[in-house]
Design a binder for this molecule. Structure first.
Ligand SMILES: Nc1ncnc2c1ncn2[C@@H]1O[C@H](COP(=O)(O)OP(=O)(O)OP(=O)(O)O)[C@@H](O)[C@H]1O
Ligand SMILES: [Mg+2]
Length: 244
C-alpha cells in the first residue's frame, strides 16, 4: 500500500498530466489496483479519462468520516484503474479541514481505502494551505514536477520547506524535471546539473494525451514520452520499496 502525491505550489507544471500517466503505469504496467484521486476542483484528472463529475457536486463529502469516498469512486474503463473525480465543491476543502481540526483527516480517509487499492495517486491543486498539509501527511512519496526555470526552482524550495514543516517524519520528495526540451540551453543545463533526477520530455504525444483523453501509454506505447513515464514509474516503485 502506498500513496503518492503529485504536487507543486506552482500551476501548469505538468502535475495532472503526470498523475494521470503514472496512474496508468501503476495499473497497466505494474498491474496494481490503483486509485487516481483528483484534489483539484478543476477536475483535470477526470478530464484526462473522459469522466465528468456527477451533477450533485458532492466531492467535498469525501473527507466526511461517515460517508467516505466509496460511492464517489468511478471506473475508468482501464483495468485496475479507478478515479475519484473532483468538482467545484472541493474549493472549500481547505476551510473544511480547518473546521474539522484533525491534522491527519486525509490520511485517515485514505487508510480506509488501503484494502481496496495498492496505490493511491493524488493529483494536487497548486496551493499551499491545509489541503497541501493534509496531502503531505497522507503521502508516502511526494513527486514535484519541475519545468526548468528559475521560478520552478524557487517553487521547489518552497515545497521542500513546506513538507519539512508539515511533520517531523515527512515523506521523501522526488523532484522530476518536466517538459524537458534538450534543444534548449536552459533545459540541457538543468539536466546536466541534476543528472540523477528523473525527467519527462516535452512531447507532442503528451499534449495529444489531453486531446485524446487517454494516457500516452494507451495510444503511443513505444514513444519516448511513454517510455519516460514508464521509467519514472519504475524509479517510484524502487523508492517505495527502499522505504518499506
Ligand atoms: N511533458 C509535456 N510535454 C508537453 N506538454 C505538456 C507536458 N506536460 C504537460 N504538458 C501540457 O502542459 C499543460 C499543463 O499541464 P498540466 O495541466 O498537467 O499541469 P498542472 O500542473 O496540472 O496545472 P494546474 O496547476 O493548472 O493543475 C497542459 O496543456 C499539458 O498538456
Ligand atoms: Mg492540474
Amino acid at each position: 500500500m502506498a500513496r503518492i502525491a503529485i504536487y507543486s505550489v506552482k500551476g501548469g507544471v505538468g502535475k495532472t498530466t503526470m498523475a494521470a500517466n503514472l496512474a496508468w503505469c501503476s495499473a497497466s504496467i505494474s498491474r496494481r489496483r490503483t486509485l487516481l484521486w483528483d484534489l483539484d476542483p478543476a477536475n483535470g484528472s477526470g478530464f484526462m479519462f473522459g469522466i465528468d463529475p456527477k451533477k450533485k457536486r458532492d466531492a467535498q463529502s469525501v473527507i466526511d468520516l461517515d460517508r467516505g469516498p466509496g460511492k464517489l469512486i468511478r471506473k475508468t474503463g482501464i483495468t485496475n484503474l479507478s478515479l475519484l473525480p473532483a468538482d467545484e465543491s472541493i474549493r472549500t476543502l481547505d476551510r473544511q479541514f480547518g473546521r474539522i481540526g484533525k491534522r491527519k483527516r486525509l490520511a485517515k480517509i485514505s487508510a480506509q481505502l488501503d484494502k481496496d487499492y495498492e496505490r493511491i495517486i493524488f493529483d494536487c491543486p497548486p496551493v499551499l494551505n491545509e489541503v497541501s498539509e493534509q496531502v503531505f501527511r497522507a503521502s508516502d512519496l511526494i513527486i514535484v514536477p519541475l519545468p526548468p526555470s528559475p521560478l520552478s526552482t524557487r517553487a521547489f524550495e518552497t515545497v521542500v520547506e513546506a513538507v519539512k514543516q508539515s511533520s517531523k517524519r515527512h515523506a521523501p520528495i522526488l523532484p522530476v524535471l518536466s517538459m524537458i526540451d534538450m534543444r534548449r540551453n536552459l533545459h540541457r543545463e538543468a539536466r546536466e546539473a541534476n543528472p540523477k533526477w528523473p525527467f519527462i520530455p516535452a512531447a507532442s504525444a503528451i499534449e495529444q494525451s489531453a486531446v485524446k483523453q487517454q494516457p500516452v501509454g494507451a495510444f503511443a506505447a513505444g514513444s519516448p514520452a511513454a517510455q519516460a513515464f514508464s521509467k519514472l514509474w519504475t524509479a517510484i516503485e524502487r523508492k517505495l520499496a527502499q522505504k518499506s
